[in-house]
Design a protein around this ligand. Structure first.
Ligand code: 13P
Length: 257
């Protein structure tokens, strides 16, 4: 069954004490909800994961990492492995965020290896795709999305793919305050589901969770979450304020109940 999710990507924000405060506020304010249908996730920086994980009750708020390395272990100074994340009860990992593609030159080839090691360790990848502004303006967005999927996600087995969450994050909407319209996002989400349906099956495509990310705020998510192929949000800036983050989750539950 398709799951509806709000995930907070804290990016490189908050010190550890600030992160603890934020996690405590989320933990204090989160309510009981239908966990078969909905999920709330936070993805703080690596340095925060262990303590934030202890603060959060994993029955209600799951822990995600923002990245991982593709090798099992060894001489890779500064990197963090899937086994390390697993050992502190991380359950999700963001892979292929546009900021990592841009600043760290993460290619599709690297991203496929990251998705595979995550799946081998039973970490759920939140795999990000999205076009840049020039690509949208040149009307290339469908081609970009198709190639990002073909080079990574569509190379997985059906069983592997059934464990992946996809996040559509148009690069021009990230951190810009310029949110995609519900129609623009729905069109891409539908396209993603169609591609997966063609390559695998409509059942698999229907069960898949596809999140939208890019300037989501409590005042603009209702229209997005009303769309049939938008199953929640990957939230940057607004996930740093507990009230905004939880309000977005509340709107998701309201729209998908
Ligand atoms: P903003 O919500 O700050 O635009 O960030 C979106 C994002 O990149 C989440 O991964």
């Amino acid at each position: 069954m398709r799951k509806f999710i709000v995930a907070g990507n804290w990016k490189m924000n908050t010190t550890v004490p600030e992160g603890e405060l934020l996690a405590n506020e989320i933990q204090t304010k989160i309510w009981h909800y239908d966990r078969d249908k909905f999920q709330l996730i936070v993805a703080p920086p690596y340095t925060h994961l262990a303590t934030v994980g202890q603060i959060l009750d994993s029955d209600r708020v799951k822990l995600g990492a923002q990245n991982l390395f593709w090798e099992e272990k060894g001489a890779y100074t500064g990197e963090v492995s899937a086994a390390m994340l697993k050992s502190i009860d991380v359950e999700y990992v963001i892979i292929g965020h546009s900021e990592r593609r841009k600043y760290f030159n993460e290619s599709d080839e690297i991203l496929l290896k990251k998705v595979q090691i995550a799946l081998n360790y039973n970490l759920t990848p939140i795999f990000c795709i999205g076009e840049q502004l020039e690509q949208r303006e040149a009307n290339e967005h469908f081609d970009v999305i198709k190639s990002q999927l073909e080079n990574v996600i569509l190379r997985l087995s059906a069983e592997q793919l059934s464990k992946v969450i996809i996040a559509y994050e148009p690069v021009w909407a990230i951190g810009t305050g310029k949110v995609a319209t519900p129609e623009q996002a729905q069109e891409i989400h539908h396209f993603i589901r169609q591609l997966i349906s063609e390559k695998f099956s409509s059942n698999l495509a229907n069960d898949l969770t596809i999140l939208y990310g890019g300037s989501c705020k409590p005042n603009n998510v209702a229209g997005l979450f009303e769309k049939p192929d938008i199953d929640g949000g990957l939230i940057g800036g607004a996930s740093l304020k507990a009230d905004d983050f939880l309000e977005i989750f509340k709107i998701l539950i309201d729209k998908k109940s």
